[in-house]
Write a protein that binds this ligand. Structure first.
Ligand code: KG4
Ligand code: ZN
Length: 340
């Protein structure tokens, strides 16, 4: 399966065979957007347009396959930035028409859900259905707990009222002037910091069954802290600040996941999306699941961020399930509506 992904600031193409990734090309636009501290949609679309064909050629070349061997093409149809989505949707349609291959539209978040299966040892697991699990989906655009009952069957049990968790990382890093995207930088600095030194709020913990998230207040509290105290006056103070901020985020993600496990009764937890690369998040989830005897999987590090291999795998499952090849562009459809 040939996958395309351009929903935000990564132009990506990949070729997969079941869960085996034959090639995975990602052209990141980070240098373009870094100076603005966030993604500029118009610039993203223009760059996708320039990168999409070179990415596709490299993905096919690196995979070593003959394009005639493809079962089909899978492309992210949403959610995302409309101008960005259009680039790979049109590329996939054009290539599909030229090659006489079916084109499957994939929900971006369903792609992330499948990312945990990529590059698994059992390479021939393409017919294995998605195991029922609780997914914590954490990225620059989404924060969500999803009751994944099987392929195409998703129920959102908790989501953010305002900002996504990745946004909380990125904006804090912007305020601290330490780079973009903020998540990996904060993660690195926090590794040598004291997470108890500064106090940051853990929002929406009450009432005890609350499964919603909110991160805008956390961002504000960083802003207020910097207004009051000024920028950290030493490297150690910066590392402590990053560690304390990150701890507030991870505490909330862990607590809400515990609650969602109680609600859904799942014995398996998956963590996916760009923020799933966070080292403290991964280790605390590993510990939680070990203590409770739960199955745990985090997306492999190289497939946490946006990529087309996850899209291709989701497309392959769609094809195996006999679902019709159909592609549309939608900027805001819920993961609950993937089987429209
Ligand atoms: O999934 P993704 O690549 O794009 C979206 O679909 O949004 O996620 C990007 C987000 C960014 O906000 C970035 O700061 C965050 O993932 N991120 C991290 C880490 N690596 C990437 N956040 C925390 N810790 C990390 N190590
Ligand atoms: Zn994503």
């Amino acid at each position: 399966m040939l996958g395309f992904e351009s929903s935000c600031d990564e132009t990506a193409c990949a070729v997969t065979n079941g869960t085996e990734v034959l090639s995975n090309v990602v052209a990141s636009q980070i240098p373009t957007h870094a100076k603005f501290g966030g993604v500029v949609p118009e610039l993203a679309s223009r760059e996708h347009l320039e990168s999409i064909w070179p990415c596709m050629r490299s993905a096919i070349e690196e995979s070593g396959i003959d394009p005639d061997q493809l079962d089909g093409i899978a492309v992210t149809e949403g959610p995302g930035l409309v101008g960005a989505l259009l680039i790979s949707v049109q590329a996939a349609r054009a290539y599909g028409a030229a090659m006489g291959k079916p084109v499957y539209g994939i929900h971006h978040l369903e792609g992330h859900v499948y990312s945990v299966y990529l590059d698994q040892e059992n390479k021939d697991s393409s017919s294995e259905p998605l195991a029922a699990h609780l997914a914590l989906l954490v990225s620059g655009g989404h924060t969500m707990l999803v009751d994944a009952r099987g392929p195409g069957e998703y129920v959102i049990v908790g989501t953010s009222r305002d900002d996504a968790v990745g946004e909380a990382f990125d904006k804090a890093a912007k305020m601290l002037g330490i780079g973009y995207p903020g998540g990996p930088v904060i993660d690195r600095l926090a590794a040598q910091g004291d997470p108890k030194r500064f106090k940051f709020p853990r929002a929406m913990l009450a009432p005890r069954d609350n499964l919603e998230f909110s991160f805008s207040g956390l961002k504000t509290s960083m802003f207020v802290h910097l207004q009051r105290e000024g920028q950290p006056d030493s490297r150690q103070a910066l590392m402590d600040l990053c560690a304390s901020y990150q701890e507030a985020i991870v505490d909330v993600l862990l607590e809400k996941t515990r609650r969602a496990l109680k609600l859904t009764g799942h014995r398996r937890v998956h963590v996916v999306g760009g923020v799933a690369a966070n080292s403290v998040l991964r280790s605390r989830f590993t510990d939680l699941c070990a203590q409770r005897g739960l199955e745990f999987r985090a997306a492999p590090l190289k497939y946490c961020g946006d990529n087309a291999a996850m899209v291709a795998l989701a497309g392959q499952r769609q094809a195996l399930a006999g679902l019709p090849a159909h592609v549309d562009v939608h900027t805001n459809r819920s993961i609950e509506d993937v089987l429209r």
